[in-house]
Ligand binder design. Structure first.
Ligand code: FES
Length: 147
């Protein structure tokens, strides 16, 4: 591991992952402050462009966290999200980035501790990969650093 602190965006369904993260917080189970949660009504709302946009704008990794298989409140939102994340992984490989910078997570609202396990695993993966080449450019642009 390095001392690199990644920027992680987690698109979380409000019915499951967002509630699980809230449950973890209520239970004082901490996870990395690198994780920035974006609440969605359903992961079916997360399209490939939004995931890629997060990476383009400085995220080192993007997680999409939805309901367990067969429990999406909108029937197929989590299934669609899984396909989109798989598609994003293929696109990342095409442009020379690591596919592991995108991950689908399935979790229930009652799984607060498991949410922390899953998101910490993702943070560790991104730490191992190091900064995204795209995020480095964004950070340099923000700080005015020269490359
Ligand atoms: Fe949770 Fe669709 S309502 S993923």
């Amino acid at each position: 591991m390095t001392d690199f602190t990644p920027e992680i965006v987690a698109f979380c369904c409000r019915h499951c992952a967002y509630s699980a993260a809230d449950l973890a917080g209520g239970g004082r189970i901490s996870y990395s402050p690198a994780v920035k949660i974006v609440e969605l009504p359903c992961t079916g709302r997360a399209n490939a462009l939004e995931i890629l946009h997060a990476l383009e704008k400085g995220a080192d990794g993007v997680a999409v966290a939805g309901c367990l298989p067969g429990t999406c409140h909108y029937i197929k939102g989590n299934t669609q999200a899984k396909h989109r994340v798989t598609h994003v992984k293929e696109l990342l490989k095409t442009i020379g980035l690591e596919e592991h910078r995108a991950r689908m997570i399935n979790i229930s609202a009652a799984m607060g501790a498991q949410f922390v396990v899953e998101i910490t695993s993702f943070v560790d993966t991104i730490k191992t990969l190091g900064p995204s080449p795209l995020s480095g450019e964004t950070r340099n642009t923000r700080t005015g650093s020269e490359t």
